[in-house]
Design a protein around this ligand. Structure first.
Ligand SMILES: Nc1ncnc2c1ncn2[C@@H]1O[C@H](COP(=O)(O)OP(=O)(O)OP(=O)(O)O)[C@@H](O)[C@H]1O
Length: 401
């Protein structure tokens, strides 16, 4: 056990039984003094001899003393380097030190939420990193589980249950292998004339196409959506290259096998899909490519080459979902002919599917929008699109080199 006060933790040295400094929290009083180092032996605190005492005894001496505190220390031989690292990570899980039975010192812990950007100031300890929340420079660093420790915990905790309590099914299309801990990030600066594709993901029927259509309609010279490929015959009134690019099944199957599609699917005996080249040509023409693929396409889309800006479109709670869609006479995308509204079961399905997308893919998203009132949701999307063009944003570090 370690106890903490004034930005340092102490513990009993396992070999010698002496009380030693276990850690110095970056930016805390002990660190700023520059006089205390990890491994130093504590002999006296405020003139009280602490030899043979426990760390808790020492803590109560500290807590009962007021004003200046004096330590008598025996410096350790090897002084560990306390320089700060520059690593920033995006947290892919929530962490509450007060509920972590294994943290060496709860008071020294740093709580955070999924999506927070953390500045990792020390990785000296392979289990407990020291971190600060990005932008909170003045606060001292706190302990968080290292990547290795968190990976072990996830593997250990992973059970046969989904977050909503459903048993896993064999055909589950989510990636089981993913162990989401931390991702190293860096600021990606906008480059003139090079626009990151905007990718809208969400549950089927939630409104990705509607929002995409509105964005393209707002400025068709700037925002473009790739024309999908299909193997179905052209219908009267359609123009090749406008609604679809029409190809044979043989050609499309060969191209799918050659990974030329970022997404594809089969519907009523015909193949449909979006080609990676279509996306590239929009990007190369200095336009903003807007995509609304199946969430599974994220895996192939989230590359250093494309650098997508990902927005998660989420349904509101059931009552609001039903109310807004009924009022707008929304057409169910579950119905082949788009000829009826959504059923209650479909609304429930949308919410359930969204929870699963959030659990498995939410951490990859840059932003999320709850699509309740459509014009409000669209306004948010426009703001995010502008932000992506004008502001440096956190992105995987490997995209920035
Ligand atoms: N906020 C909203 N309020 C009311 N109606 C909406 C809202 N958002 C979308 N809709 C309507 O819901 C229907 C389905 O939307 P849309 O086609 O965009 O879904 P989608 O996410 O692209 O679904 P799919 O992946 O199944 O194609 C459409 O009729 C659309 O106009």
């Amino acid at each position: 056990m370690e106890v903490n006060d004034k930005g340092a933790t102490i513990k009993t040295d396992e070999e010698t039984g002496k009380i030693i400094i276990a850690r110095i929290m970056h930016g805390g009083a002990a660190d700023r003094s520059g006089l205390i180092h990890v491994g130093d032996e504590v002999i006296e605190v405020n003139n009280i001899n602490v030899e043979g005492k426990t760390p808790s005894d020492v803590l109560s001496i500290l807590q009962n003393s007021e004003g200046t505190i004096t330590f008598k220390l025996v410096p350790s031989d090897g002084k560990l380097d306390q320089r700060e690292s520059k690593v920033r990570v995006k947290a892919y899980f929530d962490y509450e030190p007060e509920n972590d039975p294994y943290i060496p010192c709860k008071e020294a812990g740093l709580g955070f939420q999924r999506g927070d950007i953390l500045h990792i100031v020390s990785q000296d300890d392979s289990y407990w990193w020291q971190a600060r929340k990005e932008g909170e420079k003045t606060t001292r660093a706190g302990l968080i589980p290292s990547r290795a420790l968190q990976e072990r915990r996830i593997l250990h905790e992973r059970t046969q249950k989904e977050p909503n309590g459903d048993a896993k099914t064999e055909n589950d299309d989510f990636d089981r292998e993913m162990i989401a801990t931390y991702e190293e990030v860096a600021k990606l600066y906008p480059r003139p004339g090079v626009f990151r594709p905007i990718v809208l993901i969400g549950a089927p029927g939630v409104g990705r196409n509607e929002l995409k259509r509105r964005l393209v309609a707002r400025d068709p010279e700037k925002y473009k959506s790739p024309v999908p490929y299909t193997t179905r015959p052209m219908r009267p009134g359609e123009v090749a290259g406008r609604e679809y690019l029409f190809v044979t099944r043989e050609k499309m199957e060969a191209d799918i096998a050659a990974s030329k599609f970022i997404e594809h699917g089969e519907y009523k005996g015909h193949l449909y899909g979006t080609a990676a080249d279509s996306v590239k040509s929009i990007v190369n023409a200095s336009c903003v490519c807007v995509l609304g693929p199946h969430y599974q396409a994220l895996k192939s889309l989230r590359t250093a080459q494309l650098k997508p800006y990902i927005v998660h479109i989420r349904p509101p709670a059931f009552e609001e979902l039903k109310k807004s869609r009924t009022k707008a006479r929304a057409r169910s995308t579950f119905d082949e002919n788009n000829s009826r509204g959504f059923t209650d079961e479909e609304f429930m399905e949308m919410i359930k599917s969204d929870e699963r997308i959030n659990f498995h893919y939410g951490h990859f998203c840059d932003e999320e929008i709850v699509n309740d009132d459509l014009s409000e949701a669209f306004e948010k999307l426009v703001n995010f699109a502008n932000k992506c063009e004008t502001e440096p944003l956190w992105a995987p570090a490997s995209w920035v080199q």
